[in-house]
Design a protein. Sequence first.
Length: 185
Amino acid sequence: MQITGGFLKGRKLYCPPKDLNLIRPLRTRIRKALFDILGQNLPGLKVLDLFAGTGALGIEAFSRGADFVVFIDSSPVSISIIKRNLEKFNLLDKSQIFKLKLPGGLKKITKKFQNFFNLVFITPPYEKGLALKTLQNLSKNLLQKEAIIITEEKTGIDLPEKINNFSLIQKRIYGETTLHIYQVS
């Protein structure tokens, strides 16, 4: 798996062997399509990468100009992989990594990051209801006005058009993966 754009374009990310089935990273072509939607140049963004896995989405955001990324995952393997990838690209000083179980763990970062993030990735394991639960538990106090929230879910599982203060602005289907794109309203 490699970075698809920005100053790290073409650089390879460390991933666990596929046969271990530990992490289901967002496919490279979908990640590329997502960043085509968001834009190639994302200067100054503060990103929250939930269910971060390998850290690919947050690192891709860094490659395109994001200032700071917070990575959250509950798996010790994922935390180790994220740290390894950040070290590889000298990005540790521009990020924080939290080992938290989601969605409940969001409460632990809310005070520290008031009105901080303007881009959020929610990419949980499929068919466990975690995408919806995480949207329901994502505090608007973490987000800047007009922040964008990207949620990945298995195709066929629809998420609401409006939830909390978030409005669905786009829905894109890529085979078995559907991206729901929300904006804080």
